[in-house]
Design a protein around this ligand. Structure first.
Ligand SMILES: Nc1ncnc2c1ncn2[C@@H]1O[C@H](COP(=O)(O)OP(=O)(O)OP(=O)(O)O)[C@@H](O)[C@H]1O
Ligand SMILES: [Mg+2]
Length: 259
């Protein structure tokens, strides 16, 4: 269970640039839930994921994972249970390192040895196998620099990388937004597969109402740093993207939609 408990995040406090990005956001997510997160620009969605991953320290509130208070844990300490994939395929992987080196870094906690130069044949086979499942031919390009891949290829590798290390939470921040529709659909299929196979708990930020409803088990809407709408089960099944758009407009005029 993830519990983001009454989280407030204020950037640049006490200055003219002070911004309350999260404002008492409270969200409980059960093991195995796949939550799609929607909301307008600046609503606080990325800050929510950054708080979960440890990149942003809340001004107040707590981050609890299975009842363990990880609020002050640094990013590196959280990588054993949470992985993040970003909108920009260039973020999260290193252009100058080869595909193999990037993947070795991502999986270093599970491989028998440390960094890339120490990869043994078994480790390399494991990486090759993980890549071959993408059917993009990348298993034959292990020595190529990550920077030579297209955005979609790079996003596919990022997803595979995220699943190499032992983790239970996947945080996706508009990870298909920069991709063409066909590649985006491919990456979305791969995402579902990885979540299912590894039994992950997932949060996926998207600006597509259709994507938000077609994927996952629950949809939450964020506005002004708070959860303003939360739907799962039968309530969610009967929702259309038009309903969500109407709720979205309403949430900009009203402080709280949550019922
Ligand atoms: N590092 C930062 N320093 C200062 N302000 C920030 C920082 N990060 C985010 N903000 C501000 O916090 C608010 C929430 O930002 P956030 O990136 O979480 O929004 P978002 O919901 O992800 O929006 P988008 O849909 O545009 O990605 C915005 O007003 C943003 O300008
Ligand atoms: Mg964002």
């Amino acid at each position: 269970m993830i519990h983001l408990k009454e989280i407030a995040v204020t950037f640049n406090p006490g200055t003219a640039l002070e911004k309350k990005a999260l404002n008492g956001l409270d969200l409980k997510i059960s093991q195995g839930e796949f939550v799609t997160v929607i909301g307008g620009n600046g609503a606080g969605k990325s800050t929510l994921l950054a708080t979960l991953c440890g990149e942003v320290l809340p001004t107040s509130g707590q981050v609890l994972i299975d009842d363990v208070d990880v609020t002050t844990w640094p990013v590196w300490k959280r990588t054993s249970f949470v992985a993040r994939v970003f909108q920009d395929p260039m973020v999260g992987t290193c252009s100058n390192l080869s595909i193999e080196e990037n993947m070795a870094l991502a999986s270093r906690r599970t491989l028998s040895r440390g960094l890339a130069p120490a990869l043994n044949r078994h480790d390399k086979e494991r990486l090759r196998h993980a890549l071959s499942r993408l059917a993009l031919g990348l298993e034959n390009r292990l020595k190529d620099p990550m920077g030579s891949l297209s955005g979609g290829q790079r996003q596919a590798v990022s997803l595979v990388m995220s699943a190499l290390a032992p983790m239970k939470i996947l945080a996706l921040d508009e990870h298909t937004a920069a991709l063409d529709p066909k590649t985006g659909a491919f990456i979305m299929d791969l995402t579902r597969q990885i979540i299912e196979e590894h039994g992950l708990t997932a949060l996926m930020v998207t600006h597509s109402m259709t994507q938000a409803l077609q994927n996952g088990t629950r949809t939450v809407m964020i506005n002004a740093g708070r959860v303003v709408y939360d739907a799962k089960g039968a309530k969610r099944e009967s929702l259309t993207s038009q309903d969500l758009i109407a709720l979205f407009h309403k949430s900009h005029g009203e402080a709280d939609l949550l019922t």
